[in-house]
Design a protein around this ligand. Structure first.
Ligand code: HEC
Length: 124
């Protein structure tokens, strides 16, 4: 009985490892995975890297410039408030994919966003 349980355990471990390896490969090679990652940068760097506030825009950034900066964040060589965390969570293929993505974006002038007014009756 012990042998059977051990065999099942080993088989499960093997299947999970293969599935994980395949998932990492598929996700990294998939362009939509890069688009999803890029969308997570929009909170601070703006839509498609076109920043609207103090955070530097990424649209049109040179690939080498991007890679150098991201790798410096990842290694801790460049001190940062938040970017060391983001960079550490990305693998080399993802950083390369993001470099290609942001370097291909067209820099645009930030448009002034209309201020939001909350109606006291919540009726718009
Ligand atoms: C929570 C806000 C936030 C998010 C989300 C964010 N960044 Fe940043 N980013 C910053 C800040 C702030 C800096 C300035 C360095 C620092 O203090 O961390 C920066 C700097 C950078 C720089 C260097 C810009 C330059 O020219 O010096 C790059 C490249 C960069 N971010 C890429 C990304 C990418 C790619 C993502 C998404 C995976 C991302 N950032 C997500 C806030 C953010």
């Amino acid at each position: 009985m012990k042998k059977i349980i051990t065999m099942i355990g080993l088989a499960t471990l093997l299947i999970t490892s293969v599935a994980r390896a395949t998932e990492v490969f598929v996700l990294s090679a998939n362009p939509s995975h890069i688009h999803v990652l890029a969308a997570s940068c929009a909170t601070c760097h703006g839509t498609n890297g076109n920043g609207v506030d103090q955070t530097k825009p990424l649209a049109g950034i040179g690939k080498t410039d991007f890679l150098t900066k991201m790798l410096a964040f990842k290694s801790g060589e460049r001190k940062a408030t938040v970017m060391h965390r983001h960079a550490k969570g990305l693998n080399a293929q993802e950083i390369e994919g993001l470099a290609a993505y942001f370097s291909a974006q067209i820099p645009r002038q930030p448009s002034a966003l209309p201020s939001q007014v909350l109606n006291k009756n919540h009726a718009n």
